[in-house]
Write a protein that binds this ligand. Structure first.
Ligand SMILES: Cc1ncc(COP(=O)(O)O)c(C=O)c1O
Length: 390
């Protein structure tokens, strides 16, 4: 069959494939183990840590969406990261960006320092000489997060992959912030894609999950083996909910992006906002590359308040439609303070290197009416203005 469009893949994931009763919606297989046909005769499934039919439907959908040969569905986004790292040995060097998700940064630095699992090299891919730094790094694996969390910095995936190929290094892209509907890193030359499916892919803030998608089948099979060996695979119920969420990924993202663009316009024009970070802004340093490698600018944005950080509490307290919470990518709008929340596991020096200011605020924009979102931000900024005037 010809390559299907993402909207069709998500809407049709597992639909009308039930061989037992013709269920249109794929059934959920809540079983830990499976009856074997006879002693010494394997069936298609034996134990749900290794394989589960509901999880397989989700894996097939994500592999198709990302254009990969195999997807392994994990129980968290962090276990997806841990799984990809199984390709490394202590003599290998992992190159990471200086501004990745705080939990990933914690995993990389602690595995390198406490377990000597690999050597670690940190690069700011926004530096003019990033390619020279990468050439000198002796990288075996390069980890990218683009757009990055929380500053939405853009890395040129194609350029990194071209250089990585000449260095014989594998490239892993954490695609959590966009989802395969808006960016397909394997088509840009990457070897592996990571997702925290907790975010846009599930989209309803009711599960924790992850996925690794491999371009190459042999690598995918190796990671599937490690996933089973280490017990990193996800549960059937979570896979079912993720599939349910996945069906509206395209629709949700359309509205969320539209809302984000309007919120960004509002913030950029407000005197109490010092700086807005969104790749859709023509002033964003990564705008042109984002336009080339992404199919949209996404539904995440950050901004710095033009007021002392002490007033953030008043701002957050005044908001009605932005819930103060760690996560992102759900149908509801969320707000967070990266320095004390998502990136608290980075020390102050690392936060400073990554450009995470005390006044930085990150927004995940939902599907509410954008007029209400803008009015809510306006009234909360009015509270800040009032405190400044007091
Ligand atoms: C970019 C990114 N990668 C990975 C993770 C980890 O995912 P999880 O929280 O599902 O373990 C997160 C979580 O916020 C994230 O934002």
């Amino acid at each position: 069959m010809t390559k299907r469009h993402p909207a069709t893949i998500v809407a049709r994931a597992g639909i009308a494939e039930d061989t037992a009763f013709g269920a249109v919606t794929p059934p959920i297989y809540l079983t830990s183990t499976y009856q074997l046909p006879a002693l010494g005769q394997p069936g298609p499934y034996d134990y749900s840590r290794s394989n589960n039919p509901t999880r397989d439907v989700l894996g097939e959908a994500l592999a198709e969406l990302e254009g990969g040969a195999k997807a392994i569905i994990t129980n968290t986004g962090m276990s997806a990261c841990l799984l990809a790292l199984q390709l490394l040995t202590p003599s290998d060097t992992l190159v990471i960006p200086h501004d990745c998700y705080g939990g990933s940064y914690r995993l990389f630095t602690n595995l390198a320092q406490k377990k000597q699992a690999f050597k670690l090299h940190i690069i700011n891919f926004q530096d003019a000489d990033w390619a020279e730094q990468l050439r000198l790094s002796q990288a075996s694996m390069i980890w990218l997060e683009t757009p990055s969390n929380p500053l939405l910095q853009i890395t040129d995936v194609r350029a990194v992959c071209q250089l990585a190929a000449s260095l014989k290094a594998k490239v892993v892209v954490d695609n959590t912030f966009l989802s395969p509907v808006l960016q397909q890193p394997l088509s840009l030359g990457a070897d592996l894609v990571i997702h925290s499916t907790t975010k846009f892919i599930n989209g309803h803030s009711d599960i924790i999950g992850g996925a690794v998608i491999a371009k190459d089948l042999a690598v995918g099979e190796e990671l599937k083996w490690w996933g089973n060996c280490l017990g990193l695979t996800g549960g059937a119920f979570d896979a079912y909910l993720t599939l349910r969420g996945l069906r509206t990924l395209n629709l949700r993202l359309k509205l969320q992006q539209e809302n984000t663009a309007a919120v960004v316009d509002f913030l950029a024009a407000h005197p109490l906002v010092a700086k807005v970070y969104y790749p859709g802004l023509t002033s964003h340093p990564g705008h042109q590359i984002a336009k080339e490698q992404q199919l949209g600018f996404g539904a995440m944005c950050s901004f710095e308040l033009n007021a002392p950080a002490a007033l953030l509490k008043d701002f957050f307290n005044a908001l009605e439609y932005f819930t103060l919470a760690q996560s992102l990518g759900g149908t509801e709008s969320l707000i967070c303070h990266p320095a004390s929340m998502t990136h608290a596991s980075m020390d102050a020096a690392a936060q400073q290197r990554a450009g995470i200011a005390a006044t930085l605020v990150r927004l995940s924009i939902g599907i509410e009416d954008v007029a209400d979102l803008r009015a809510d931000l306006q009234q909360a900024l009015n509270v800040v203005a009032q405190r400044l005037a007091d």
